[in-house]
Design a protein around this ligand. Sequence first.
Ligand SMILES: Cc1cc2nc3c(=O)[nH]c(=O)nc-3n(C[C@H](O)[C@H](O)[C@H](O)COP(=O)(O)O)c2cc1C
Length: 384
Amino acid sequence: MNQWYCSICHADLHQETRPETCDSCGADSRVILSSQEEIPESVEQVRDNARKKLKKICAAYPFCDGNYDKICQREAYGGPVGFGGAGAGHSFHENVAALSRVKLKTSVVGDHFEPDTSTNFLGIPLDFPVLASSSAGVEKYNNCMDETDFCRAVVAGSKEAGTIALRGDTASYSLDANPSLTAIGENGGWGIPIFKPREQSVLKKFLDMAEENKARAVGVDLDGCGSTIMAGMGQPTFKKSIREIRELAEHTDLPFIAKGIMTPEDAEMCAEAGVSVVAVSNHGGRVLDSTPGTADVLPAIKERLGDRVTITADGGVRTGYDVFKMIALGADAVLLGRDIIRAAVGGGTLGVRLHLAHVEKVLKKAMFMTGTRTLESAAHKIIL
Ligand SMILES: Cc1cc2nc3c(=O)[nH]c(=O)nc-3n(C[C@H](O)[C@H](O)[C@H](O)COP(=O)(O)O)c2cc1C
């Protein structure tokens, strides 16, 4: 009898051949691993698995920067956006470049201390200020895993790591079948669905469903208004006015996140509309080419908003050092996009947990080596 491991719910399964489905959670054979030889033990092994599963879509490069020499960058000549950025990938690339221009101050003389990475995000206690970002539609990449299993992996892996996941929305999601809400519901509501800026009436129904599933917060990726994928599949998305954003924020009792903000002006309007979180993001450079990097626009947005609302930042964040820089530039919490997708594809729940634990460890090191005891004191530890 052989032993198998479900990388979504961690069940041990005993059977001669690879099980078609997990007895415990129903995950399918794509995420059931041989206990003898396939369970990843390191982030590197998770990434190696992802590279194989995402062949020709994402090569899980050590430097994931959307440069035009990378296989994901094909949209400039009519290819699908895949894992890449819009157009020639300047926005995607600039996210990484902007973070690499921020430098850290070494500080090694002083009393020994253990950095405190803990934080409170919208009243939710987290071990460290890093969340899985919203993503969706991963199943279509080489049929690498079932979409609901993908969402389960991200939600459960984040929870096990001591943090919480945002979940996304795409054209294959509907009011009848929504993998994000299914995974969040199964995990006691430990997740935050981010919906596309669909019609107001549909969005309100989604907000109600999020509450029924006990989600901790909700949101809309306002920059999803330019989604060609959604429009092409008969699910149009729209720009949202201040009035409409306010209507949505008031419709729900949950904290409301406005994702996709790149200027102090848009941030100000969202704050005026009563949102709880402004999520500074250019969607990983996937919706408009040639924007600045998010790290470059974050300080001015923080300056404009002050402490009125919570601020998150994402785009090009690959390491705990990058997380630390975003916090120092004004973010209260930082979101990981592509790296979490790769972690889920390469190792399910286990992969996501391993990846986040590694980022937490490096964030701690960044804090320690810059003499930063708490996240609140990060701002003085960088050189712009
Ligand atoms: C394949 C893919 C799918 C995504 N789907 C969504 C989505 O459904 N909703 C959303 O708000 N953002 C989506 N994003 C954007 C991410 O939430 C995040 O803003 C971005 O990936 C951060 O940049 P990074 O990948 O460089 O970390 C997606 C990104 C990728 C790469």
